[in-house]
Design a protein around this ligand. Structure first.
Ligand code: FAD
Length: 403
């Protein structure tokens, strides 16, 4: 099998890039390698855990999002051989290409927390980071009337760095509404040292923390769970700390995609090593990577992938035509922090944590909780994803020329 453009991974970034390529050049020979029959809108999982969306609203069939004209290879990549322009599949087949785009996401390393995998989905242990578990978060929120609720955040980089907090604030918002918040001890155990990496958003988040009476534990990293006995252990600067819990929401440690990490495409950390502006591979000029599997130091978000896909499409076509890259990615990422059911602090920033609001502050001030930002997340962003980003309609995502 040979294809002019081969895309490894048919998640958010892979499908968006295929659509953006076809929009620029219809009839292009593109194949997408993706083993899964379902396609997920992962940003919706926070809303599932908060009882706002059903899980079904966040899932469609992969066939329904595959752009027409694209060859879908329903298989898993098992290895890359960029010196020979070829990709090995788990089923034993080899596919060759003129140009490769890697979009295989990152890896959720559940197994790095001792005792976690066997208790997920029961004993009060949940995570919005899995489609099947997000409804259990909401079930637990509704069931918990008193006791202790723990929310965890592992070391960076993780996808959607705000998601562990979002789960906590939406839970607190519900307990506040039910009048039970005062009877529940809420703790946020964060392996890092700050609440959010871009300082302008921290005051609004600290107000939220104080409003809900949350105890913050920084440099506190979940290492072990005993589900049946409702105990969790954290590595801290003062040694290991044991906490009892009634509810435990876990954000798993995250790593580079395993296949990428074990290939010549990887940097030392296991991510596909690309130039942070052009998204072209550092050593193989006919390889690009984007989304959560890439080495770029942006916030790993869908919003980032939405901006990266047109950049990769533009530069990949230039490469095929023997021309230089013309488009640059500025590091844009976004994190809609659901501080309560009905209000969001909309963090938007580029490389280096420079604020990059999509709207003037008189319309929407992202540093303050706003109802408009909530409507954006709850009503506008899902259609922008399914009908815009995955269809090559590049709303608010025009690539910037290389400066
Ligand atoms: P994915 O969408 O994960 O796709 C990777 C694809 O590669 C998958 O389909 C997978 O099956 C495939 N793949 C993996 N291995 C192989 C292989 N060996 N061979 C072939 N295919 C393979 N982002 C936001 O912008 N805003 C938010 O509010 C937000 N909230 C989030 C909340 C949660 C709980 C989570 C989990 C994520 C959230 N995100 C949010 C992050 C966002 O969903 C991701 O950054 C985005 O999905 C990244 O897209 P991707 O294509 O790189 O990875």
């Amino acid at each position: 099998m040979h294809h002019k453009i081969l895309i490894a991974g048919g998640g958010s970034a892979g499908i968006a890039t295929a659509a953006s390529l076809l929009k620029r050049r219809s009839g292009l020979d593109i194949a997408v390698i993706e083993p899964r029959g379902e396609h997920f809108y992962q940003p919706g999982w926070t809303m599932v855990g908060g009882g706002i969306f059903s899980k079904e609203q966040t899932c469609r069939s992969e066939a329904s999002v595959m752009p027409s004209g694209v060859n879908w290879i329903k298989a898993s990549v098992s290895g890359f051989d960029p010196d020979n322009n070829s990709v090995a599949l788990k089923n034993g087949t080899t596919v060759t290409y003129d140009l490769l785009i890697v979009a295989m996401g990152n890896r959720l390393a559940w197994e790095e927390i001792e005792g976690l995998e066997e208790t997920l989905g029961k004993n009060g242990v949940t995570s919005n980071y899995r489609y099947d578990l997000a409804p259990y978060t909401w079930e637990l929120v509704q069931k918990t009337r008193r006791g202790r609720a723990l929310f965890t955040q592992p070391p960076m980089p993780i996808k959607c760095a705000g998601a562990p907090q979002k789960a906590m604030y939406l839970s607190c918002s519900e307990w506040e509404k039910q009048g039970t918040l005062g009877d529940i001890d809420v703790e946020f155990h964060n392996a890092g040292g700050v609440l959010f990496g871009v300082k302008e958003y921290v005051p609004a988040l600290m107000e939220t923390v104080e409003r809900y009476g949350i105890d913050l534990a920084f440099t506190s990293n979940l290492v072990r769970v005993d589900g049946p006995n409702h105990k969790a252990w954290f590595k801290t600067e003062d040694g290991e700390v044991e906490r009892d819990f009634d509810m435990l929401h876990v954000c798993p440690p995250q790593r580079g995609n395993q296949v990428v990490a074990h290939s010549a495409l990887a940097d030392d950390a296991g991510y596909a090593e690309v130039d942070q502006a052009t998204l072209r591979h550092a050593r193989f000029e006919n390889v690009f990577a984007l989304g959560d599997c890439g080495s770029t130091p942006n916030a790993k978000t869908m919003a980032a992938a939405r901006k990266q896909a047109p950049v990769v499409a533009t530069n990949a076509l230039a490469q095929l035509d023997g021309k230089s890259a013309t488009a640059a990615y500025d590091g844009y990422g976004s994190c809609p922090l659901t501080v309560e059911n009905g209000k969001i602090v909309l963090a938007e920033f580029t490389y280096g944590g420079n604020l990059a609001p999509s709207f003037p502050s008189w319309v929407l001030d992202g540093t303050k909780p706003s109802k408009l930002a909530w409507r954006l997340k709850a009503q506008a962003l899902p259609p922008i994803y399914w009908d815009g980003m995955l269809k090559g309609r590049e709303w608010l995502a025009k690539p910037v020329p290389i400066g």
